[in-house]
Write a protein that binds this ligand. Structure first.
Ligand SMILES: Cc1cc2nc3c(=O)[nH]c(=O)nc-3n(C[C@H](O)[C@H](O)[C@H](O)COP(=O)(O)O)c2cc1C
Length: 287
């Protein structure tokens, strides 16, 4: 039997479920084992099965020798030995929390399939008015529903533009973190997500927990994507600009930005939008 190969990211194969071991002399593995004292040890090998056996016979690393038995909890496969050794160096230097994240993502079955955004332009544009998610993370994660935005090109770069009112908790998050992720459902919006993330504020509640969102670490920025809305765009803010209300056509201005109305009005007074242009730095589907 062969391990289940699910995806390939820049030459790196990620195996998330292992029906049994397959040793392949051509392959290089970076692995994590959990020791009997619950600590994690990272190593490199070309033969996982033999290496695990060696660890458990006390012929593995000095670190694991006094912490037996060990259990394999994670591995990545590389065709290139240099790449594997470099990855091992990095994983060894990760904090325990970061190593646990790798394992957790494996267990959650979260993998990313890179996409060509233009192939999904129709889906994104059609779903947008129904409500997709704009996620921010400034130490605290928050997700808000947006219905306005554009996928396009600016200064020769792929971009996604969002419009966020001044009153949103998301606005402060964007201004502080300088980045966001966009999450789009592949099979229609989930009404409960719209109800919670499109009406409640991150100021008052942990919307991700309330809406049951599964957060998946991003590849290049610090704002996670969402498994339930798997199409993910990672964006770094290139440019932001407040709307000039006087330049908005009068009928739209009066409808969307009513002035001198009670503060309880949902679009009250000076609650105009700021436009944020995000450069799309990564795009994938979380599988
Ligand atoms: C379908 C839909 C689309 C929305 N689009 C936007 C939008 O584009 N910009 C915006 O500022 N608010 C929009 N909202 C409102 C916010 O999602 C809502 O006010 C949210 O509670 C703000 O959350 P926050 O305070 O945590 O940022 C939309 C809401 C819904 C239901």
């Amino acid at each position: 039997m062969t391990p289940e190969v699910v995806t390939e990211l820049s030459g790196m194969h990620l195996f998330w479920r292992i029906p049994c071991f397959l040793t392949n002399e051509e392959m290089n593995y970076v692995y994590l084992v959990r020791c009997t004292d619950d600590t994690l040890y990272c190593g490199w090998t070309t033969d996982l099965q033999a290496r695990l056996k060696a660890h458990n016979c006390g012929r593995g690393a000095r670190y694991t020798r006094s912490r037996l038995p060990v259990e394999l909890v994670y591995f990545e496969e590389y065709e290139d030995k240099g790449e594997a050794l470099s990855r091992e160096w990095h994983v060894k230097r990760m904090t325990r929390k970061e190593k646990l994240k790798l394992i957790y993502q494996k267990e959650a079955g979260a993998m990313k399939e890179k996409i060509n955004i233009t192939e999904y332009a129709n889906l994104i544009t059609e779903t947008l008015p129904k409500g997709i998610l704009l996620n921010t993370n400034n130490g605290r994660f928050n997700s808000m529903v947006i219905g306005w935005g554009h996928l396009g090109t600016l200064w020769g770069l792929p971009t996604f533009v969002v419009y966020v009112r001044q009153s949103r908790y998301t606005k402060a998050q964007l201004d502080q973190s300088g980045e966001f992720t966009i999450s789009v459902p592949l099979e229609g919006i989930i009404p409960s997500i719209n109800r919670i993330c499109g009406a409640k504020s991150g100021r008052d509640t942990d919307k991700a927990a309330e809406a049951g969102l599964t957060l998946v670490d991003a590849e290049t920025i610090h704002t996670p994507g969402i498994k339930e809305y798997p199409l993910t765009l990672e964006c770094r803010i290139l440019y932001a600009q407040d709307q000039d209300l006087m330049k908005i056509p009068k009928d739209i201005r009066e409808r969307m930005y009513p002035q001198d109305v009670p503060g309880t009005h949902p679009m009250a007074n000076r609650d105009f939008h700021t436009m944020y242009v995000g450069q799309i730095v990564d795009a994938y589907i979380i599988r």
